[in-house]
Design a protein around this ligand. Structure first.
Ligand code: SF4
Length: 278
């Protein structure tokens, strides 16, 4: 079986004005994460080269914050051009919060292939995990990205205390957007978070993957944050439950499985890696 690997590059970290209760980059959460406004473009290119070496097809430029403004857009386009020049085969994904149609069009011009903006959870549950922006604004950003010609990478996070009905409603909304890929994150508990939901069990997490594939049969289900923490030694079973993509390397503010260990384990199980997305 062929699977798709994606790597994340945190190009602007922390100090986010928003109060998403599951995110260590929010300025409402006390954390000791490294914060910076703009990562050097040279460093981004180095990380892109490393991602390519690790068989990644997707390379995601992620910035903290509510959304794009002119300065940020210009910086991201510059980074996108530099990565494309150094590693033309990488599929560039931008993940920069709320974006207008015109801003998405600029990203397309800079060589970005896909936009990642997660709905995170159901529209009904969303106000309980964020009060500074609306779920609807997230949904609209996805519509803008789609209209601009970007492929959608849209998913969310499970284990925030949402109900089964919320999960059904969340996947129904994802289905409306028909994303190319859908990242599934599992909430990682942190004593500094104000929410203390019940921990997801491994079986529950695997079942979420299975249900996601059932509801989104034409979408790549991508396993992202929380893979190691929640699935532990069963993490490579995700493909039996419908996943066809994983994030390799570190996540935004948490450590991931070492990329080379992941690749070894995946190859040992007979997986090969997608090198083109069409
Ligand atoms: S908008 Fe993004 S970076 Fe900011 S707190 Fe929410 S999830 Fe974190």
């Amino acid at each position: 079986m062929q699977i798709m690997l994606c790597a994340i590059c945190n190009i602007s970290s922390g100090n986010c004005s928003e109060d998403c209760k599951y995110c260590t980059q929010s300025r409402f959460v006390k954390t000791d994460i490294i914060k910076y406004k703009q990562k050097d473009i040279e460093q981004i290119v180095l990380e892109a080269k490393m991602a390519k070496k690790n068989h990644a097809l997707g390379f995601c430029l992620v910035s903290a914050g509510l959304g794009l403004d002119d300065t940020k857009l210009e910086y991201i386009c510059k980074a996108a051009h530099a990565v494309k020049k150094a590693e033309p085969e990488l599929m560039l994904i931008a993940c920069n919060g709320l974006a207008s149609l015109d801003q998405c069009k600029e990203l397309v011009k800079a060589g970005v292939f896909s936009y990642n903006h997660n709905l995170e959870t159901s529209k009904e549950f969303y106000p309980q995990i964020c009060s500074t922006h609306s779920w609807q604004s997230r949904f609209e950003t996805n519509l803008n990205a789609k209209e601009a010609g970007l492929m959608l990478c849209c998913g969310g996070i499970y284990g925030l205390g949402e109900s089964e009905d919320d999960r059904i409603s969340f996947r129904k909304s994802l289905k409306e957007l028909e994303p190319f890929s859908s990242p599934i994150n599992f909430f990682i508990h942190n004593e500094n978070f104000s929410i203390k939901p019940k921990k997801l069990s491994t079986d529950e997490a695997l079942n979420i993957i299975k249900q996601s594939k059932k509801d989104l049969p034409n979408t790549h289900i991508m396993i992202a944050g929380g893979r190691e923490a929640v699935l532990k030694e069963r993490q490579y079973e995700v493909f039996e439950y419908g996943a066809s993509a994983v994030v390799i390397g570190d996540y935004l503010t948490t450590k991931g499985e070492e990329a080379c260990k992941d690749i070894q384990e995946l190859e040992k199980r007979g997986f090969s890696f997608v090198t083109q997305c069409h």
